[in-house]
Design a protein around this ligand. Structure first.
Ligand code: KIV
Ligand code: ZN
Length: 502
């Protein structure tokens, strides 16, 4: 049986402090409900004394959320604690999070005080908060740079005063993982009564070590971890929830520690927070970045297609992503191209694959990444081979003062049929000519022309939707001649109509 690690999410407090990330109350409720669905144990909903908006958000989140503990931040100041208690009145389980700086910097330069006075203020704040709620968390701000012996003294005193959780923040992200781990170990071994409370990690990412420090703290005895979605937070951010959740899920057997997070909700929660807070997730961000499960080199793609675990330690489904993405670039190999072609329904022989691959490389050199349309274009000949109705010949005459005329020859089931028609433009003339041969009633519903790259020598791609009876059929064509591409798209759609004869 694994030890339980409690997840304390501070996206709505430490995360929301980031300039430009502010949310209104409705948006905060939306995030809080997503956090509840994700399975977090504690939601830090705000710093109620800081503004009426923050106060109101804590009230409304307390009403909206069913089972997680709702936490409100305060300084070690009675007024803050009164306001926090008031904001938590609807919480089914409420926690006050109070604290004060314990590092020499904070004691001397921020608080203009001394160690004894800080210790007394810490104890007084906890006792005051205890008048309102049973669950009181104490934070020793800048614990990362605090002297361990003094820190232990403060922690012991606040536990004695009734604190249920002790937060050891590395406020400036200064610690190295082994130092932070030793700090937690020191407290576990030297604080009398430490087992009456839960030690909590709260690590900032200034040196990119927030997650490593949190894990080190947990391995040394902390059983609550303070995190944010996507690692957002002051400056370089906080420890990210998704990283911690996946570390303890994927290494549960060795580490013997587990969380209550339903990891399948991670990706959608990450997207929600990113879009509500206007905070893009860096593409290479662990677990939730766009590239976290994308393989682009030929060797890796081939390896993943043979067995996902060759290059992936996490199943993307476990975090709510449908599948690993095999990105097509100039470095992709035949295996990746074959995989994508098969997904689009084209089975290529080895020779055909070689041929298409050479064309693919030329295109990939010009374009950064290859999209579905590009593959449809590359598969053009293969697709046409499967068509019952094929374009055999097309000639169009058009110009400024000419009535557009098109002559067309189609091959249908091995037989050839010709027609000529005019139209209000060259494409219209060509489509009219096709319609003279195809006796089925079809109408053009949608017609979209785009360039694949740039430049007048470029391939044009055409998407068409054709209606027949009750149904619509989509077609695609690509060619340097846009009229040919249009006729190909029209025929592609017509070929999908089940019983078209002639
Ligand atoms: O980083 C920090 O020290 C904090 C405290 C207020 C908990 O966010
Ligand atoms: Zn913080």
């Amino acid at each position: 049986m694994s030890d339980r690690l409690y997840i304390f999410d501070t996206t709505l407090r430490d995360g929301e402090q980031v300039p430009g990330c502010q949310l209104n109350t409705i948006e905060k409720i939306e995030v809080a409900k997503a956090l509840e669905e994700l399975g977090v144990d504690v939601i830090e909903a705000g710093f109620p004394v800081s503004s009426p908006g923050d106060f109101n958000s804590v009230v409304e989140i307390s009403k909206a959320v069913t089972w997680p503990t709702i936490c409100a931040l305060t300084r070690a100041v009675e007024k803050d604690i009164d306001v926090a208690a008031e904001s938590l009145k609807y919480a089914k389980k409420g926690r006050i999070h109070t604290g004060i700086g314990t590092s020499p910097y904070h004691i001397k330069f921020k608080l203009n005080s001394n160690e004894d006075e800080i210790l007394q203020r810490a104890v007084a704040a906890v006792k005051y908060a205890k008048k309102y709620v049973e669950d009181v968390e104490f934070y020793a701000e800048d614990a990362g740079r605090s002297d361990n012996v003094y820190l232990a003294k403060v922690v012991e005193a606040v536990i004695k005063a009734g604190a249920t959780v002790i937060n050891i923040p590395d406020t400036t992200g200064y610690c190295l993982p082994h130092e932070y781990g030793e700090k937690i170990k020191f407290l576990m071994e030297n604080v009398k009564g430490v087992h009456k409370a839960v030690l909590s990690t709260h690590c900032h990412n200034d040196l990119g070590m927030a997650t490593a420090n949190s894990v080190s703290g947990i391995l040394n005895g902390a059983r609550q971890v303070e995190v944010t979605i996507n690692g957002i937070g002051e400056r370089a951010g906080n420890t990210s929830l998704e990283e911690v959740a996946m570390i303890f899920k994927s290494r549960e057997k060795e580490l013997g520690i587990s969380t209550n997070i339903n990891t399948k909700h991670i990706y959608k929660t990450s997207r929600m927070v990113s879009s509500l807070m206007n905070m893009p997730v860096q593409p290479n961000k662990a677990i939730v970045g766009r590239n976290a499960f994308a393989h682009s080199s030929g060797i890796h793609q081939d390896g993943v297609l043979k067995n996902r675990e060759n290059y992936e330690i996490i199943d993307p489904n476990d975090v709510g992503i449908n599948e690993s993405s095999i990105v097509l670039t100039a470095r992709s190999g035949r295996a990746a191209l074959k995989h994508h072609m098969e997904n689009l329904g084209f089975t290529l022989t080895k020779e055909k694959l070689d041929e298409v691959y050479q064309e693919f490389l030329k295109l990939a050199d010009k374009k950064k990444d290859i999209k579905e349309d590009d593959l449809l274009m590359l598969a053009g000949e293969v697709r046409r081979e499967n068509h019952r109705i094929k374009l055999d010949y097309l000639q169009v005459i058009s110009g400024k003062s000419l009535e557009p005329m098109a002559s067309i020859r189609l091959e249908i089931g091995g037989e050839k049929f010709s027609a000529t028609s005019s139209g209000n433009g060259p494409v219209d003339a060509a489509i009219n000519a096709v319609k003279q041969i195809i006796t089925r009633q079809v109408t053009l519903e949608e017609f979209l022309i785009q360039a694949i790259n740039k430049g007048s020598d470029d391939f044009g791609k055409v998407h068409m939707t054709v209606a027949h009876g009750e149904r619509n059929y989509n077609g695609f064509g690509a060619h340097t001649d846009i009229i040919t591409a249009s006729v190909e798209a029209f025929l592609d759609a017509i070929n999908k109509i089940p019983t078209v004869k002639k």
